[in-house]
Design a protein around this ligand. Structure first.
Ligand SMILES: NC(=O)c1ccc[n+]([C@@H]2O[C@H](COP(=O)([O-])OP(=O)(O)OC[C@H]3O[C@@H](n4cnc5c(N)ncnc54)[C@H](OP(=O)(O)O)[C@@H]3O)[C@@H](O)[C@H]2O)c1
Length: 385
């Protein structure tokens, strides 16, 4: 398949680029300010052949349209775009709402419009922050009620995608070309720790200067400050799994020349199947048509393990074999914290039941939070030794 990934220099885009590339797809990784190969310092060993970022300012709509059109040529058409580029920092969005609206809403409209025009599949990555965090777990059909501008703009992006899907001349066909993929707080391979709101705990743990930090912590049954974190890698695999079967069944794409591996992709083999869809390694890939028919317009993908920020910090610190006396568990409900510039939802757990029951994909991670961080810390300590 030919896959364009926007925001490929970001945390999720980077993992997605690496994963599609590892599956033999032709990947076009787009960046804005960063340059070089789609790489990370800590995962460089297997990524030497990754393509270099192509710089494109998505806020330049004319250049964006030209770029996408230029990618469709007689030899190969674009099959999938995974749209990761966004302003994902709620406080930064609040500081520059005009830019945030253009990037998180207007750009989505442009790319969804191009999806209709050019016939590729768009996976729009959205967030659990479209919910207010008051009544988890959230099902895909639950009404969003974002508390901050970031959440509102991501919801507006969702609306653009869903409107495009609804008004599409291809409506009613299996494999409609736009889906919304909501994911929760991510962690993963980073270029610097503050790239994610989880990896940043490494900086906190390593700060032994005497400075103290407060970290949200409420014990059972006070779930209000718990976050379900998911690895960027697992979300990348999800994007790849969704795109294979959907592309296979886009009827209007038949007859076009596409990369030869579209039909042979093992769509969901990297996930364990839910009990309703048992499968073994020897089973053939599930029927693409059945699979895509079941894929709803909004998909939730999230681990179901909830941790408080303090618990995350404590776990990472234990793997790094570092004390965390400087981190003070704070039992205040985040919604009640004084001087908050941006309101954040408490528990936005995303229900994956629909994904498991209707689509037959389990969101259970092969490597959960603890295993991922244990491995990461081992590598990190070995590098430092
Ligand atoms: N991170 C999370 O915890 C989280 C949680 C839920 C949902 N999400 C969603 O997941 C998606 C990916 O998030 P992420 O954490 O990977 O984001 P990220 O690490 O902050 O990366 C943002 C990406 O957007 C690109 N970008 C920014 N302005 C651009 C512009 N004008 N033109 C083109 N590209 C531009 C950046 O390119 P340069 O760096 O090259 O400038 C970068 O690649 C987002 O849609 C976000 O809303 C993230």
């Amino acid at each position: 398949m030919k896959v364009i990934i926007t925001g490929a220099s970001g945390v999720l885009g980077r993992a997605t680029t690496r994963y599609f590339h590892s599956q033999g797809d032709t990947v076009i990784p787009l960046s804005f300010t960063r340059s070089g190969p789609a790489n990370t310092s800590s995962a460089s060993s297997s990524s030497s052949s990754l393509p270099a970022y192509q710089k494109l300012d998505l806020l330049d709509f004319a250049a964006t349209r030209d770029f996408f059109h230029s990618q469709n040529n007689n030899d190969e058409h674009v099959d999938v775009i995974v749209h990761c580029a966004a302003e994902r920092r709620p406080d930064v969005a609040e500081q520059d709402p005009v830019r945030a609206e253009r990037l998180n809403k207007d750009v989505v409209e442009v790319i969804a419009g191009l999806a209709e025009e050019m016939g590729y599949l768009m996976i729009y990555v959205s967030t659990d922050y479209v919910f207010d965090g008051k009544s988890p777990p959230y099902k895909p059909a639950d009404a969003p009620n974002p508390l901050n501008l970031y959440g509102k703009l991501k919801e507006a992006g969702e609306q653009a995608v869903l409107a495009s899907r609804k008004s599409s001349k291809h409506a009613g066909q299996a494999g409609k070309r736009c889906i919304v993929l909501r994911v929760p707080l991510l962690y993963g391979e980073v270029e610097f720790n503050s790239e994610t709101a989880v990896n940043i705990f490494v900086d906190v743990i390593e700060d032994q200067s005497g400075k103290t930090y407060k970290s949200t912590y409420r014990e059972f049954p006070f779930f209000s400050t718990i976050t379900c974190i998911t690895s960027a890698y697992t979300c990348a695999v999800a994007c790849c799994s969704f795109s294979g079967p959907l592309c296979c069944t886009i009827p209007y794409m038949r007859g076009r020349r596409r990369a030869s591996n579209v039909r042979s992709r093992p769509c969901v083999s990297l996930f364990s199947h839910s009990p309703s869809a048992p499968a073994t390694a020897h089973d053939p890939p599930p029927s693409p048509t059945d699979h895509s028919k079941a894929l709803p317009p909004i998909v939730h993908f999230s681990s179901q393990k909830g941790l408080t920020k303090y618990e995350m910090t404590r776990l990472i610190a234990s793997f790094l074999q570092q004390p965390i006396e400087q981190v003070i568990p704070d039992t205040t409900d985040p919604a009640m914290l004084p001087n908050q510039t941006v309101q954040r939802p408490g528990n936005t757990q995303l229900s994956v039941r629909e994904l498991e029951d209707k689509v037959g994909i389990s969101a259970k991670e092969q490597k959960g939070f603890e295993a991922w961080w244990r491995e990461w810390a081992e590598r990190y300590r070995a590098e430092k030794a």
